[in-house]
Design a protein around this ligand. Structure first.
Ligand code: SF4
Ligand code: SF4
Ligand code: FES
Length: 359
């Protein structure tokens, strides 16, 4: 039995009582009660929009089904998330989405593009209702030569997650819903390319898109990943978590872990999300090099460290410790930066140490 306090209300979901904050969104309360309410336009990082109608549930006293993602709970609410009526609604809605969506001809299912396809998952889980004639409304397809983001208007369900992410999380507002009715699509103001707009190429629109209508261009032709490895971005010291998608021992795509699971909350910047080609670039140094008689030669780490230490000690002995300066990088961890200043002060005796992020 849950106890109501001044700061909680009690809501019943599928017969289970749960505590909730007054005004909390029903979708979160239902999840705590163990209910699996399907969504398409919902992203926990964004203000509710209630546009896709996938999350409709029964609320005692309400004649119509209501959207769990946009409904604020009140004390004593009695909610049902699974019933024949709700399942009929879900199947009919999925039929309507499928009737105006890019379909994989072989499977007659929504195309799998990029990472995950929430619409495809829902069709596979709930099935569809009446078979509706495919509309195939031609939408404005914007030619965009930007190197990172591919947009497929036929796969877009106009949920506006990309638009709201760009607006509410990035505060950039580079894209918008354009057109009306079945011709609604995603575009930039004045239909200019993303590179000419205010877009920062963070790729958050790709990440939130539930259908793959917005996809990462470079990885479109990449082989199917065999595994996903969690890692930490080393482009700056924030420490954003990354999921590296690996095929044939090569990183073929980078995504962010789910919102709410790591410190970057599902967000990445252009470098963290798209800059991975360097990892396997043929010009990349994979071993230390020592210049001997003007020629760079591969060396072991022990040789290289000893060589550098001798050179630095030689300068100190000839010109004094303050002839040396140590500069570390914001790409290093806090511990590594600490060690550089320790090396500078304790090992060589100079306070000439700096870190690039300090300027
Ligand atoms: S890449 Fe980022 S800034 Fe550009 S449109 Fe997408 S969300 Fe907006
Ligand atoms: S591109 Fe994706 S996120 Fe944007 S409106 Fe279309 S389906 Fe939704
Ligand atoms: S997820 Fe609730 S209306 Fe779209």
């Amino acid at each position: 039995m849950n106890a109501k306090t001044q700061n909680t209300v009690i809501v019943t979901v599928n017969g289970t009582e749960v505590d909730a904050a007054p005004g909390e969104l029903l979708i979160h309360v239902a999840a705590r009660a163990g209910a699996d309410v399907p969504t398409l336009c919902h992203d926990p990082r964004l203000d509710p929009m209630g546009s896709c109608r996938m999350c409709l549930v029964e609320i005692e006293g309400q004649r119509r089904l209501q959207p769990a993602c946009a409904w604020h709970v009140t004390d004593g609410m009695d909610v049902t998330t699974e019933s024949d009526r709700i399942e009929r609604h879900r199947q009919t809605l999925l039929s309507m989405y499928m009737a105006d969506h890019a379909i994989d001809e072989a499977t007659k299912l929504p195309q799998q593009r990029g990472v995950g396809n929430e619409l495809l998952d829902l069709v596979l889980k709930h099935g569809t209702g009446p078979e509706l004639t495919h509309i195939g409304t031609p939408r404005e397809g914007r030619e965009d030569n930007n190197p990172y983001i591919h947009f497929d208007p036929e796969a877009c369900i106009a949920c506006a997650r990309c638009v709201r992410y760009c607006d509410e999380v990035e505060a950039v507002s580079a894209i918008t819903l354009a057109g009306r009715g079945a011709k609604t699509t995603i575009a930039t103001a004045d239909q200019i390319g993303l590179l000419d707009s205010t877009c920062e190429m963070c790729g958050g629109c790709i990440d939130t898109c539930p259908t793959g209508a917005m996809t990462e261009k470079p990885s479109l032709k990449a082989p199917e990943p065999e595994k996903v490895v969690r890692s930490t971005c080393n482009f700056c010291g924030v420490g954003c978590q990354l999921d590296l998608h690996v095929a044939d021992d090569q990183v073929v795509r980078i995504t962010s872990p789910e919102p709410g699971t790591t410190l970057n909350d599902g967000n990445l910047c252009i470098k963290g999300r798209f800059s991975y080609e360097f990892i396997h670039h043929e010009d990349r140094l994979t071993t230390p090099m020592i210049r001997r008689d003007g020629v760079l030669e591969p060396a072991s780490w022990d040789e290289a460290i000893e060589y550098a230490a001798k050179g630095l000690m030689g300068v100190r002995d000839r010109h004094g410790a303050d002839a040396l300066g140590f500069v570390s990088s914001s790409r290093c961890t806090g511990e590594e930066n600490y060690l550089v200043q320790k090396l500078s002060r304790a090992a060589f005796g100079t306070n000439n140490c700096h870190q690039c992020a300090a300027t």
